[in-house]
Design a protein around this ligand. Sequence first.
Ligand code: FPP
Length: 225
Amino acid sequence: MIPEHIAIIMDGNGRWAKKKSLPRIFGHRQGIKTVKKIVKSASRLGIKVLTLYAFSTENWERPKTEIEALFSLLSQFVEKELKELASEGVKLRILGDLSKFPQNLKTKIISACKATQKNSDLELNIALNYGARQEIVRAIEEIVKQNIKKPTEEIISSFLYTAGQPDPDLLIRTSGEFRVSNFLLWQIAYSEIYITNKLWPDFTSQDLEIAISEFQKRERRFGGI
Ligand code: FPP
């Protein structure tokens, strides 16, 4: 079975650049190229939802110059690459709180989401200023506001950024760290986890296929026997 939803923690851009004695931003630039390739491959492989962790709530701690460079790359991605991907049936959704982002970037992102609303081949979730605990707090606040006295798992899911989407079947993390880093904590309850030593800029479509075939070998029991 092909996983319906794959989530990826794209780690290792900085290390990739360091290995080549280049500034960190070169790693992010290369990382964007990988993003484009992997989105295309995911779509070709019949994956329905692809979630990419692009900027966490903790990433604000990085130097201002790196944050600005990341925003600029993101802006270019939304403007140029996404247009092409959109014509191939990609629908964009943002997971996270965009309110702290520069106004022009926010406007671009929101209009890209609107412009791709009718697409249905691949849903591309980009997690931006995202933190899973914050997402859960936000859901609880909404549940309290709506005076829901008996929240069920389904109700809680419906207040998360991923509302209406299946939970990830497979979580991939690049660059060899064994951490979840506040990513999709609720949604990954039963996800298979695949960790590769490859740094994100070096991650290829073939690596994605290897991760999927590894996933296919696993026996998912969802707590049963
Ligand atoms: C992790 O590498 C990567 C990030 C924090 C940013 C990921 C962002 C991109 C690939 C570009 C924007 C994405 C999209 C979807 C358009 P790191 O810098 O933490 O690497 P290190 O751990 O080796 O330092």
